[in-house]
Design a protein around this ligand. Structure first.
Ligand SMILES: Cc1ncc(COP(=O)(O)O)c(C=O)c1O
Length: 408
């Protein structure tokens, strides 16, 4: 399996939308064939439409507030005494996380499609918060599907969704987390696609949703490329780009522009509680391929091929599958994947927020945990960049409970 140079990763599929012949595809019910075909045709057109690109860039700049900062974490670097650590502070984007890119683009597409109603799934609540924000801005009615367990543990984002005027549909089936929210949202879309646009919140689902999401978050690495060249005069040799992976959208956005360089990509999955067999890390733990939400991918599953329960302190990473794009990157050996436990992520949050003026949510804290692990073993010339893709405010209850206090 090989990644081709000079071709966007999202387009490196065969006629059945499979990446590396094994991952992705459109495993969808007959009733979704037409809406998915229509959306695919519209996106093919819009991707090349200068007016649409201008509109996207205008909103990225004036609504999302790009570029987000790229900063050196001087204190953390000194504390660890090895590689130089930097952060791309994507949590400074409007709303506090990278999910705003995909949400904004989906609202713009929905408007072009003549739809007045948009639905979406959410785990950590950021995809829901951002979709409700963007829907409000662009005058669309909005409904968010969220697992009942996540509604309880991500209170600040739930409040934000309601404040933005969106309806929250609590999902009480299965594990009551992101996987069930995506399923329920897809089910709703199957029955209502004539009037409703669906925004899947990560690089998962039928191919068109993977493409739109990765295409939207790619903004992160377009900025980073410029910022890195400004900071170092060139792309440092074997620079390491560390990103947490749930469905995989922030990592895809963070890595995209660097695909044809020698930058190393490290994806960090949710290892779950330290003393538990439960996790949400299909790539790290050698899970088998299965079909989830319309696409073939590595999935946490039992011997019979049924999806197994997952567990993670971070709702955004608590998902049994992983984007087919990441499965492709793994099998092509373009990216390396590992995991961090709940405890390692909490520890990383504590150190980073104590030493630096950033406050990563529990998802990116997994990436910082890996930086904390590897930086002391690397020479001072090596550059590590972590994507601080979400703000910790949403995790204030969990952090208070686990660490005794929450300080930004
Ligand atoms: C802040 C943050 N980071 C990471 C993730 C994981 O999703 P993805 O892998 O699609 O970036 C989420 C998901 O909700 C999130 O809110």
């Amino acid at each position: 399996m090989k990644i081709k140079k000079g071709i966007p990763l999202i387009d490196q599929h065969d006629k059945n939308y499979m990446y590396g012949g094994k991952f992705g595809g459109n495993f969808i019910p007959e009733t979704l064939k037409k809406p998915i075909d229509d959306l695919t045709k519209l996106f093919v057109k819009l991707r090349k439409d200068k007016k649409f690109l201008k509109e996207r860039d205008y909103h990225f700049k004036n609504y999302i507030g790009v570029p987000t900062p790229f900063i050196k974490l001087e204190n953390l670097t000194e504390h660890l005494g090895g590689a130089q650590i930097y952060a791309k502070v994507v949590s400074e984007a409007n709303g506090g996380a990278h999910k705003i890119y995909n949400a904004t683009v989906h609202c713009l597409i929905a408007k072009r499609a003549g739809k007045k109603f948009i639905v979406g799934d959410t785990g950590a609540g950021y995809a829901g918060k951002m979709l409700s924000m963007a829907a409000k801005k662009f005058g669309l009615k909005c409904k968010i599907f969220m697992g009942a367990k996540d509604i309880k543990r991500q209170r600040p984002n739930v409040e934000a969704i309601k404040k933005n005027g969106a309806q929250i549909v609590p999902v009480t089936s299965g594990s009551q987390t992101l996987v069930d929210a995506v399923s329920e949202c897809m089910r709703y879309w199957v029955s209502n696609n004539d009037k409703v646009h669906n925004c899947i919140g990560s690089t998962v689902g039928p191919n068109i949703f993977i493409k739109i999401c990765a295409w939207s978050t790619a903004q992160i690495s377009r900025e980073l490329m410029i910022q890195v060249k400004e900071e170092f005069g060139k792309i440092p040799k074997k620079m390491k780009l560390l990103n947490c992976v749930g469905g995989g959208s922030s990592a895809m956005g963070f890595w995209n522009e660097f695909m044809d360089t020698d930058a190393e990509f490290i994806g960090i999955e949710a290892g779950g509680p330290k003393n538990s067999k439960l996790h949400a890390a299909p790539l790290t733990n050698g899970s088998k391929i299965g079909v989830l939400h319309g696409a073939a991918q590595y999935v946490v599953q039992n011997k019979e091929g049924q999806i197994s329960p997952t567990e993670s302190i971070s709702a955004g990473l608590d998902y049994p599958g992983i984007s087919p794009l990441h499965c492709f990157l793994k099998d092509a050996k373009r990216a390396r994947y590992t995991s961090a436990t709940d405890e390692e992520a909490l520890h990383a949050f504590k150190i980073v927020s104590k030493l630096e003026n950033i406050s990563p949510s529990l998802e990116p804290s997994h990436a910082f945990a890996e930086a904390i692990k590897i930086a002391p073993k690397l020479s001072k010339e090596k550059i590590l960049i972590c994507n601080s893709c979400g703000d910790s405010q949403k995790d204030s209850d969990i952090i208070k409970k686990r660490l005794g206090a929450y300080k930004r």
